[in-house]
Design a protein around this ligand. Sequence first.
Ligand code: AOF
Ligand code: ZN
Length: 373
Amino acid sequence: MWSIEDSQMMSLAIELAQKGMYTTRPNPSVGSVIVKDGEIVGEGYHIRAGGPHAEVYALNMAGIDAQGATAYVTLEPCSHYGRTPPCAKALIEHGVSRVVIAVTDPNPEVSGRGIAMLREAGIKVDVGLMTTEAMQVNLGFLKRMEKGLPWVTVKLAASLDGKTALSNGVSKWITGPEARSDVQRLRARHCAIVTGVETIIADNPSLNVRHSELGSLANQLAPAEIHQPLRVVVDTHARLGTELNLFKQATPVLLVSAKPYPEEVQAAWPEHVSQQILPTVNGRIDLTALLGLLGKTCNSILIEAGATLAGAVVNQGLADEIVLYQAMKILGGQGRNLLALDDFQAMSDIPRINLIDERKVGKDTRLTLRVSK
Ligand code: AOF
Ligand code: ZN
């Protein structure tokens, strides 16, 4: 069913979609290529929510050449009037004769209706080219649409002996500057960063994205184009004080606890700080409830926390991906472990982890791992 040209054009559409990775959320990243008589007459990608969809850029570029052409789209064209009119309608009006789609859109507003609209208009629609590859670009959007939960990435950094700090608690500069810059890019593509109260007390981090530390991405992304992630702190007993680096930047901070903060603490919060009270399980914030809350607006979240919270996320089977930066150092002693996990009794009980990617980042190694359920 698929020609070599089909595969080449869809690969290009996927590459285009990837360009939107840092800017489209909560929308998906979508790419489109329009081909007429073997020539590319239009291409485009979705840049930001509220702006035109990928197909519209490609159709505008193609103009009259779209007549009788084939449109390649990485996600099913939309059928609804959202912030923009339906792309299926635009494709019909421009007279394309064939549409090739990699992934159907699970958004209940669309979910097959885009395909139906095109077919009703007599357009040939072929679905399922390079589906797996195209899905990788929108793992968060697809999971949120299907389950109402965000994609969960757990970021970890450790020595060769799996420690995150010396025995005396010193944890600064385990990984090098390149890995820290890589973490900035990781933050930039997640909707929220979740950490625990212990990390805030120990390190007083700001958990923001700093343009100057984005490395090569800084050339692509102007400071104003960065989506600063929502910063979430799990603080079950509402212990946090008010003099925190987290509060210094005026982008949203959400404090999650089991009880309200004292009135005088709340009164000292800047305007961008808010709190949410969630239920507990065994004396700790119910992480499934937290994911459900964040899944209302977030495609993907990054857990940057200590062994207890990160361990709980993995233990409860809530992690989709682990990004592990491993420094070529041996910290020795009784330093902090990477994850606080259950004592497993059998090899069949341990989490199942697959290596997706492994590369050198400066002097460190970065492993990207998928956790299968
Ligand atoms: C497409 N092409 O490039 C995108 C699509 O709020 P709106 O109007 O931008 O609609 C957002 C929804 O449209 C989004 O949730 C997804 O279902 C679809 N996104 N569709 O055909 C695109 N970004
Ligand atoms: Zn659309």
